[in-house]
Write a protein that binds this ligand. Structure first.
Ligand code: NAP
Length: 294
């Protein structure tokens, strides 16, 4: 059984990005730049935003953070996005989700210029992915594809079962895996799926993106399965100073001995998500710079 460590894959990605960034700066005289918009003070969101800024600094990217109050109006947020869309010094725009309930996330996502949509959530980016055209891809599924490549896990002809059909993980994951060249046979399951274990047991590769701690147990996987755990769940743990620990959607202890390869939580898929955000920002900067040269 192999433990698929996101850190190893991310380190390789960061190494490549550092070189690409240095080349970019040498050629254009400025660094790739990411604008991050945070609304409110949710601790998890603030911590994600801080990690993104740190990753930018580590790579030599520039970043500018906008911290808006919880009660900011939708119009004000949209106006900021429009300003960033038109700002040539900004290459990628990310609005940290979730947003407060009075703001329509769909409208916000649609307002981001598609060529700066480094999260890959814009409907045009999603459509491009579905029809196999180039465009930005949601960072978590893209990170999983990088992990599968790094560890040389073949997807062609394999039965991949994805549990979860969210727009940011389950659906783009399926779109990537059915592309020509990836050639997986994909089943997507969700909360209305009947007899889930009978389906997950058919998986050569099982991807869990459910948001329920330790949901996938040993009896739900077949011997030799590759298990990708996307879940990040906080469970109370008084023995930790912060009072909780992070666990995945997969019961690692019982599932690992049955699997041929498995991602841990933490240290698995999560690390790749930010690495792919940096990758997308690099691509956005390169594409915008090339367009400006034309
Ligand atoms: P989400 O939008 O809440 O979607 C969860 C999916 O799981 C839904 O499709 C839901 O079905 C399905 N589901 C819930 N209960 C189920 C059950 N009992 N049986 C079968 N399916 C069930 O979540 P998400 O945003 O995709 O995130 C999923 C997990 O991944 C969360 O733990 C999240 O924190 C984590 N995550 C991690 C990263 C990372 O960087 N590693 C990135 C994004 C998300 P319905 O559609 O029928 O409701």
């Amino acid at each position: 059984m192999r433990v698929l460590k996101g850190k190893d894959v991310a380190e390789q990605t960061y190494g490549e990005l550092r070189e690409r960034c240095a080349h970019f700066v040498g050629r254009y005289g400025y660094a790739p730049s990411l604008a991050v918009v945070l609304v409110g003070d949710d601790p998890a969101s603030s911590s994600y935003v801080a990690s993104k800024g740190k990753a930018c600094e580590d790579l030599g990217f520039s970043h500018v953070d906008y911290h808006l109050g919880e009660d900011v109006g939708e119009a004000e947020l949209l106006s900021l996005i429009c300003t960033l869309n038109g700002d040539d010094t900004v290459h990628g725009i990310l609005v940290q989700l979730p947003l407060p309930p009075h703001i329509d996330e769909e409208v916000v996502i649609k307002t981001i210029a598609v060529e700066k949509d480094v999260d890959g959530f814009h409907p045009e980016s999603v459509g491009n992915l579905l029809i196999g055209r180039s465009g930005f891809v949601s960072c978590t599924p893209l990170g999983i594809m990088h992990m599968l490549d790094y560890y040389q896990i073949e997807t062609a002809g394999k039965h991949v079962v994805i549990v979860g059909r969210s727009n940011i993980v389950g659906k783009p994951m399926a779109s990537l895996l059915i592309q020509k060249g990836r050639d997986a046979t994909v089943t997507i399951c969700h909360s209305r799926t009947e007899d889930l274990p009978s389906i997950t047991r058919q998986a050569d590769i099982l991807i869990a993106a459910i948001g329920r701690p330790l949901f996938i147990t040993a009896s739900m996987v077949k011997e030799g399965c590759t298990v990708i755990d996307v879940g990040i769940n906080r469970v109370e743990d008084p023995s930790r100073t912060r009072g909780y620990r992070l666990v995945g959607d997969v019961d690692f202890e019982s599932v690992a001995p049955k699997s041929s390869a498995i991602t841990p939580v933490p240290g698995g898929v999560g690390v790749m998500t930010i690495a792919m955000l940096m990758h997308n920002t690099m691509v956005a900067a390169e594409q915008l710079a090339a367009k400006r040269e034309q």
